[in-house]
Design a protein around this ligand. Structure first.
Ligand code: FES
Length: 202
């Protein structure tokens, strides 16, 4: 009976190895100088790959990865930078104009805004929905008047915090609940002014 002679490739293929598994076995049992290997590495298009040089393989992988990195480096973080440039506190009239459609625009020279001339003073604006106060350091702070205990619009400014006159819920100037009556925090808003006009915005 004639005995067949197989190359490693044919032998492994008859053993059931295919595709990537076949290539992996061949690579593991072949020396770098083994010329037969290169001719056996065939990609899905039927083209022969030059060699198993891992550097070349990883280079191919890196190329699309680089473009992905470019996408993520992108604009998203630039967008964040834009958000930080919003005017807060005492700013120029030009910077104040950067905020379009503020929730409140208040003439600080008007009689309605006179409570804000004094630290601890406050006004209620925007159809009774926003309270604006002036702190001891001269900053303007603003929050919703709607309490988190019950949906009553009774939150006022009380010198160093916001306070609900209905049942005594207390909130920090950043809106955090300060006692158990306040079930949770309340919304606060950014403020900016140029000395004449005060705006409140989200
Ligand atoms: S509704 Fe504000 S404390 Fe109850």
């Amino acid at each position: 009976m004639k005995r067949e002679k197989y190359s490693r490739y044919e032998f492994l293929k008859k053993m059931g190895f295919q595709g990537g598994a076949l290539m992996a076995v061949l690579a593991s049992c072949t020396k770098p100088g083994d010329a037969v290997l290169e001719s056996l590495i065939v990609n899905k298009n039927g083209e022969t790959v030059a060699s198993l040089d891992s550097t070349k393989i990883s280079t191919k992988t890196t190329t699309p990865g680089t473009s992905t990195g470019g996408t993520s480096s992108g604009g998203t973080s630039s967008g964040g930078t834009t958000a930080t440039s919003l005017p807060v506190g005492n700013v120029s009239t030009a910077d104040l104009a950067l905020v379009k459609n503020p929730l409140v625009k208040l003439d600080l020279t008007s009689s309605g805004a006179s409570p804000l001339a004094t630290a601890g003073g406050y006004v209620i604006a925007n159809s009774n929905s926003i309270v604006i106060g002036k702190t001891a350091s001269g900053d303007y702070v603003a929050a919703t008047t709607t309490c988190s205990h019950e949906p009553k619009r009774q939150v006022i400014f009380n010198r160093t915090e916001f306070y609900c006159t209905a049942h005594g819920a207390r909130f920090s100037l950043t809106g955090a609940a300060l006692n158990t009556i306040a079930r949770s925090g309340i919304s606060t808003y950014r403020t900016a002014n140029d000395g004449k006009t005060l705006i409140v915005y989200a």
